[in-house]
Each structure stands twice: as C-alpha cells, then as structure tokens.
Design a protein around this ligand. Structure first.
Ligand SMILES: Cc1cn([C@H]2C[C@H](O)[C@@H](COP(=O)(O)OP(=O)(O)O[C@H]3O[C@@H](C)C(=O)[C@@H](O)[C@H]3O)O2)c(=O)[nH]c1=O
Length: 188
C-alpha cells in the first residue's frame, strides 16, 4: 500500500511506495498515475531526469522554472541519500518563503512531490548519490531560475558544513529570493 504524508506545506507530500522483497531482490511501482489520482493528484509527467553526485556535500538549488515552463517534480533517490528542501515561493501565499526539509534515500525508498510554485534543492549526504525525478514540463534554459541556498530570508538549516559544499557556477551566482520575480500565477 502506497502511503502519502503531508510535509506541512500546501501540496508538498512524501510518498512511500511499497517494496516487495524476495530472494531475487525487490520489485516496486515507483509511479502509478491511478494511485495518485485516487489521492486527488492528477499530473502529466513528460520528462524524466537523473543526476549523479560524486561527493558528499554536493548542493544543487534552490531551483524553479517560471511559467510557461513551471514544473511539478516527483523526486527520489536510488543510490545514496540527500537532504531535500522545498521552499514556497508563491507571492501572496501565507507560507511564502517557508521551507521544509526531508531526508530522501535509497534505503528509505521515499519520494517527494514538489508542486509548481515551490523552489527545490538538495544536498548529498553520501557519495555516489543518484537522484531521479519526473517533471510535468520541459526544461527551459530561459525560464530556469536559481535562488541562493543560504538566503537568510529563507533560512534553510542544511545539515552540512556550508563552507565545504560543492556548487555549480549558476548556483554560486544565484540571487536572493527578495530580488527574484515571484509574482507568477502557477496554474495546475
Ligand atoms: C535541469 C536540466 C538541465 N539540463 C542541462 C543544463 C546544463 O547544461 C546541465 C546541468 O543543469 P543544472 O546545473 O541546472 O542541473 P541541476 O543543478 O542538477 O538542476 C536541477 O537541480 C534540482 C535541485 C532541481 O530541482 C531540478 O529541477 C534541476 O534544476 O544539464 C537539461 O538539459 N535538462 C534539464 O532538465
């Protein structure tokens, strides 16, 4: 039985897909549209992504795409573990700039649904971490945005030494939430 658990922000949920272990190994349905629909969630995933991070402390984020390329993301880890962070960036939302964090790991076999209107990031807690996710819109370089992972107005408590994290050049140069346009209508 698949379990859904709210992580405390509107539409941000943790999913625990069932895993059937046997002598051969295991089997798991990692996505089933009907099960999501039974829980009132209808999403059209059209792209699958896979990132590999070699070291502990690789920090990717905080990312989102603006309309018309805004994305819902269903994220999971198949090797290693991450501390995953989701931030409400919907202007006017009662929880604007609030964040939640959850450990996602191959061992826990959990997933997180990150809806449109939320920025997303993670830091690896183990070397050789593989992160997989489904998204409901195509990648758009023009609509791709990054907000500083250590923005004091968000105040994410990353469980790692921030002086040693590995960032992309894009994330290194990211601006603050207050300087980021957020007045979009994130539909669907
Ligand atoms: C995200 C993405 C990147 N790319 C390319 C652009 C670039 O050359 C290279 C690496 O891209 P990035 O540095 O943006 O990759 P990364 O930092 O892993 O970006 C990802 O971070 C996590 C936290 C998310 O939430 C994702 O939505 C995505 O933004 O891959 C695509 O072709 N398609 C895609 O969907």
């Amino acid at each position: 039985m698949r379990q859904f658990r709210s992580l405390g922000l509107d539409g941000v949920i943790e999913i625990l897909p069932e895993k059937f272990g046997d002598d051969r190994g295991f089997f798991s349905e990692t996505y089933n549209a009907r099960v999501f629909a039974d829980d009132g969630i209808s999403l059209d995933f059209i792209q699958d992504n896979h990132s590999y991070s070699a070291q502990v402390g690789v920090l990717r984020g905080l990312h989102f795409q603006t309309p018309p390329f805004a994305q819902d993301k269903l994220v999971r880890v198949i090797r290693g573990s991450v501390f995953d962070v989701i931030v409400d960036i919907r202007k006017g939302s009662p929880t604007f700039a609030k964040w939640v964090g959850v450990e996602i790991s191959a061992k826990k076999w959990n997933q997180v649904l990150v809806p449109k209107g939320f920025a997303h990031g993670f830091v690896t807690l183990e070397p050789d971490t593989e992160f997989l996710y489904k998204v409901t819109n195509y990648y758009s370089k023009d609509c791709d945005r990054s907000i500083r992972f250590d923005d004091p107005d968000i105040g994410v408590e990353w469980p790692v030494d921030l002086s040693t994290v590995t960032l992309s050049a894009k994330d290194e140069a990211a601006g603050l939430l207050k300087d980021t346009e957020t007045g979009f209508v994130f539909e669907g």
